[in-house]
Design a protein around this ligand. Structure first.
Ligand code: RIB
Length: 307
């Protein structure tokens, strides 16, 4: 089979992760247990997830002219990801994410976008030679929203499938939904987009139906420990979460979206693609770091076989 071609337009961050027994209260200083630096950013994480599932992957976005940016580009290249369309921005520093990770594997994240906030429509136009040749465009909301909307419309106009991970949560204009092939919100993102509080399968179904009615082709809502709910015009499914012991949930959603995009590009149904992506993200939460936690395809296949 020909390798699926995936283009990711989005953010690249250096994740600065502090592990702590608990989160300090206002005015308090406590002693953490570890500090690590990992390559992250929702866009770059999704590109790595796509590449590790075997897609020919292009990453587009902006980094600063600094060490973090240079390291991120090198790291993406070491994954065989094409970085020809990563702009090195002279005016802004590379994006960073300050992450507090507690002993349960839960996290609190503050992102300072830096160069990610400077990705423009012109950057998207510069992708014209490759966009039409891609099978899937993957986008998130960690770069300027106007740029994301422009890229979505352009890709859809060219017949390229569009996978949108609407994270971090932000509202979207009503006219964008009809250009989206697959949307992958979590519970709080689904709530922000639909006004429906997603707290169980029945509310997930109502929220997914609202997104379908707005014009999205296929909806998958990730429900954390409750697994994944999917809805299309002809199918509805719930996949329970795999029973694993999480140590770090950073990039679990990115792993899901990147892996799902590859499966959709390969022509799999939403349900089969989500089953695969659900396994990929289950593996990711058992490992530390954003990009280091993302599994290769053979690991996901073995996990699904129960090997
Ligand atoms: O989704 C996880 C990512 O969000 C982290 O890697 C961090 O960089 C933030 O962008």
């Amino acid at each position: 089979m020909e390798r699926v071609r995936v283009l990711v337009i989005g953010s690249m961050n250096m994740d600065l992760v502090v592990q702590t027994p608990r989160v300090p209260v206002d005015g308090e200083t406590i002693v953490g247990t570890a500090f690590n630096r990992y390559f992250g950013g929702k866009g770059a994480n999704q590109a790595v997830a796509a590449a590790r599932q075997g897609a020919k992957t292009i990453m587009a976005g902006r980094v600063g002219r600094d060490l973090f940016g240079q390291d991120q580009i090198q790291s993406l290249q070491s994954e065989q990801i094409n970085t020809d369309y990563v702009v090195v921005d002279d005016k802004h520093a590379s994006g960073i994410a300050s992450i507090i990770l507690d002993e349960q594997g839960s996290n609190r994240i503050i992102v300072v976008p830096g160069a990610n906030g400077a990705v423009t429509k012109e950057d998207v136009d510069a992708l014209s030679p490759v966009l039409a040749q891609c099978d899937v465009l993957v986008v998130q909301l960690e770069i300027p929203i106007d740029t994301v909307l422009y890229a979505i419309k352009k890709a859809h106009g060219l017949g390229v499938k569009v996978v949108l991970n609407p994270a971090p949560a932000n509202s979207l204009p009503e006219d964008i939904y009809k250009h989206i092939s697959v949307i992958t919100p979590n519970e709080s993102e689904a709530q922000l987009l639909t006004g429906i509080e997603v707290k169980d399968l029945s509310s997930a179904k109502s929220a997914a139906q609202v997104l379908l009615d707005k014009g999205v082709e296929q909806v998958v809502i990730t429900l954390g420990s409750r697994g994944v709910y999917g809805l299309t015009k002809t199918n509805e499914f719930h996949l329970p979460a795999h029973k694993v012991t999480p140590v770090d949930t950073v990039a679990a959603g990115d792993t899901f979206t990147g892996a799902l995009a590859v499966m959709i590009g390969e022509g799999q149904s939403l349900e089969d693609g989500a089953r695969y992506a659900n396994a990929a993200s289950a593996i990711a939460v058992t490992r530390h770091g954003a990009q280091p936690s993302i599994p290769q395809r053979d690991e996901v296949v073995s996990f699904l076989r129960g090997v």
